[in-house]
Design a protein. Structure first.
Length: 259
């Protein structure tokens, strides 16, 4: 072991260590940045792609309808309103049963609660009443029977029609056929675009489809269309229009450059 008095550490050594602690991270970051840039430079550019959209449409004749019948009663007490509502509802159900629609009828909604109305016509005061309301959903397989069912239900206690919705039983098949047509249109456009750019169409990258519309024809808020002529109530007549099924297909393709 060396002998002799211990000498103090030189003051220049901590300064050198501190200088390296500051400089070394910057050097490492520079080296790593250069390596990353070199790696990016070696990566090939992504192959070019073509994006196209194909659309198609089908028009269908509706062959069934959903009728929403409203039954409502108002009274000064909830129990009285509910009782009167039940009486009217039973009359409507009996009428639908006579028409052969018992199995096709179901309850869509039911409500009992308070409501406020003017105490008398022209007054500013309000009175508290109770309303009992329900909506019956009736499925009709004949669209030409809608008007007759509405008239019969209104004559026996129904207080309104909440809506009529026409449907087509072949909507699902028509939509799939439209998808095939839209996909073919998207491919034809992609091939034409690739040729115009001097290349050929490559592999399919991705595809998706969307139907921007609901293949049903709603008539929400429908009011009774009957009129009075010469004291005779005219029957309700409803003529639905065609149901349109729209489809769009989105596709992305590789494009192979030409020579």
């Amino acid at each position: 072991m060396p002998s002799g008095p211990l000498r103090p550490m030189s003051r220049t050594r901590p300064r050198r260590l501190l200088r390296w602690a500051i400089v070394l991270p910057s050097v490492l970051l520079t080296l790593l940045g250069g390596a990353s840039a070199a790696a990016r430079a070696q990566q090939p550019d992504p192959p070019p792609v073509i994006e196209t959209v194909g659309t198609a449409e089908r028009r269908l004749l509706p062959d069934r309808a959903v009728l929403l019948l409203q039954v409502e009663a108002r009274a000064e007490s909830a129990s009285t309103a509910a009782s009167e509502h039940a009486r009217l509802l039973q009359r409507v159900r009996d009428t639908l049963r006579v028409l052969g629609l018992e199995r096709e009828t179901s309850h869509a909604s039911y409500y009992v609660g308070p409501t406020f109305e003017p105490a008398r016509p022209g007054s500013t005061g309000m009175q508290r009443l109770y309303v009992a309301r329900s909506v019956l959903r009736v499925l009709l397989t004949r669209v030409d029977a809608v008007g007759g069912v509405i008239d019969a239900a209104l004559a026996r206690g129904a207080t309104g029609v909440a809506g009529v919705q026409f449907e087509a039983s072949s909507a699902a098949r028509a939509r799939r056929e439209a998808i095939a047509d839209a996909a073919a249109a998207a491919r034809a456009d992609a091939e034409a675009l690739a040729r115009a750019m001097g290349g050929t169409l490559g592999a399919l990258v991705s595809t998706s489809t969307v139907s921007p519309n609901d293949p049903r024809q709603p008539m929400d808020g429908f009011a009774r269309a009957a009129g009075i002529a010469g004291g005779t109530v005219m029957p309700t007549q409803i003529t639905p229009s065609d149901i349109q099924v729209h489809v769009a297909v989105f596709a992305r393709w590789r494009i192979r450059p030409g020579p």
